[in-house]
Design a protein around this ligand. Structure first.
Ligand SMILES: O=C(O)C1=C[C@@H](OP(=O)(O)O)[C@@H](O)[C@H](O)C1
Ligand SMILES: C=C(OP(=O)(O)O)C(=O)O
Length: 442
């Protein structure tokens, strides 16, 4: 799915960003909306679906396994499901492109169906660890043969009926949690996931919304115990997908660091398991006001009014990491413009995303003149206090959309332009990123 022809692009010092934009649908919720609709009995309707390459990979996979999935308009999709237990043997390997979420969640679904599925992906996805889902799914009875190091391409031979499992997550990962819960959907009895550190809870919310028998208990120390009763019948739903806070993040930071900016970002999902960045930027002195708080698709949403601000460096509490895990690359850009030092820790997971986001951000920020120290699990950044960054480098995006967009935003405050070697990967999660940026510069 990655474009073989790179699209390099230079970003340079920007006039103030002004105006109002709306953010496209949440990627995590869009994946789950397609998967659960494809497993319901009857017709579901989704509006605001993110039509990025990652979500389209999920749509193609669910179609290949028997669901009827039609696009009826911009972000409007109609899905006829096969019923839990009804996934069909796909004729070919499922090509997951760049998408970790598609791969890991679909491995969970396949694990408890009597089908055998090969998963392939691009160079980035093929370097990411799948052992974290292979372990629990094998315990449930799936037979999985992977490439060396537990990598793609890999083949999952599902077992039906699968064996219910009580699984304690060894790392804070919503993808691993979701893979086990989705495997549990077609497994007799109760499957339990024990989550010591809470992560995004879209799977739990949506499974309940579709009528699955799922409950969550929280222990005194905050550990969550999630139980799902298998062999469920899911009821079709009408879902409005809220805007993606992980995409909004780039424009929140752009408005904070480009002098004179005053922007309203409409339709931003603010589920507490996703909203950590707003909290951290406010603690750094960012002027971010929440307008018209409301609910969309069972999730809290607001419009954000963001104005250019003098940011101050802070020490970021590692406990907040799961609620802003994809937002660290752009937080590092904000930190590079803040006054004083920003210190982040507890970010080992950033090393196994689309790229090693600690190493790639440290190298790229250093190349454009920021002061960065990389540690095993975080970055310490001494900011400019609002002065422009020198810029003037070409950044390798490493097939990582969030790296490309972070350095695009950094270019807006560069003395010399910042060039991204290939903006193609941005289409995985934020196909209209450049169009929205241009609209705020007009
Ligand atoms: O469940 C999800 O939709 C996601 C979970 C996170 O990954 P991990 O589970 O690996 O932390 C996140 O980084 C990814 O973009 C989407
Ligand atoms: C990590 C990400 O996605 P995925 O794991 O689905 O590739 C991301 O979007 O930042």
């Amino acid at each position: 799915m990655t474009d073989p022809n790179p699209s390099p692009r230079a970003f340079s010092a920007s006039a103030p960003l002004k105006g109002k934009i709306a953010i496209l649908g949440d990627k995590s919720i869009s994946h789950r909306a397609l998967m659960l609709s494809a497993l319901a009995v009857g017709t579901s309707r989704v509006t605001g679906l993110l039509e990025g390459h990652d979500v389209l990979a999920t749509a193609a996979a669910m179609r290949a396994m028997g669901a009827s999935i039609e696009r009826t308009g911009d972000g409007e999709w109609v899905i006829d499901g096969v019923g839990v237990g009804g996934l069909l043997q796909p004729r070919e390997a499922l090509e997951m492109g760049n998408s970790g979420t598609s791969t890991r969640l679909l491995m969970g679904l396949v694990a408890s169906h009597p089908i055998t599925v090969t998963f392939t992906g691009d160079a980035s996805l093929s370097s990411r660890p799948m052992g974290r889902v292979i372990d629990p799914l094998s315990q449930m009875g799936a037979d999985i043969s992977a490439s060396p190091g537990g990598r793609l391409p890999l083949m999952v031979r599902g077992l039906a009926p699968a064996i219910p499992l009580a699984y304690r997550l060894p790392m804070a990962s919503a993808q691993v949690k979701s893979a086990v819960l989705l495997a549990g959907l077609n497994t007799p009895g109760i499957t339990e996931v024990i989550e010591p550190i809470p992560t995004r809870d879209h799977s739990e919310r949506m499974l309940k919304g579709f009528g699955a028998d799922l409950n969550v208990e929280t222990d005194g120390d905050g550990t969550r115990r999630i139980h799902i009763r298998g062999e469920a019948e899911l009821r079709p739903q009408t879902i409005a997908v809220p805007g993606d806070p992980s995409s909004a993040a780039f424009f929140i930071v752009a408005a904070l660091i480009v002098p004179g900016s005053d922007v309203v970002i409409a339709n931003v999902g603010l589920n507490p398991t996703r909203a950590g960045l707003v909290e951290v930027l406010q603690a750094m002195g960012g002027d971010i006001e929440l307008l018209d708080p409301r609910e969309v698709g069972g999730e809290p949403v607001a419009d954000l009014h963001v104005r250019h601000s003098a940011l101050k460096g802070i020490e970021v509490d590692p406990a907040i990491a799961p609620s802003m895990i994809d937002e660290y690359p752009i937080l590092f850009v904000a930190a590079a413009l803040a006054e004083g030092r920003t210190v982040t820790t507890g970010l080992d997971e950033l090393r196994v995303k689309e790229s090693d986001r600690l190493a790639v951000m440290a190298a790229g920020l250093t190349a454009i003149g920021a002061q960065v120290e990389e540690s095993a699990d975080g970055l310490a950044i001494d900011g400019t206090g609002g002065d422009p960054l020198p810029g003037g480098a070409t950044i390798a995006g490493h097939l990582d959309h969030r790296i490309c967009m972070s350095f695009a935003v950094a270019g807006l405050v560069g003395k010399a332009p910042v060039t991204i070697d290939d903006m193609g990967p941005v289409a995985t999660s934020f196909p209209n990123f450049e169009a929205l940026l241009e609209s705020l510069q007009a």
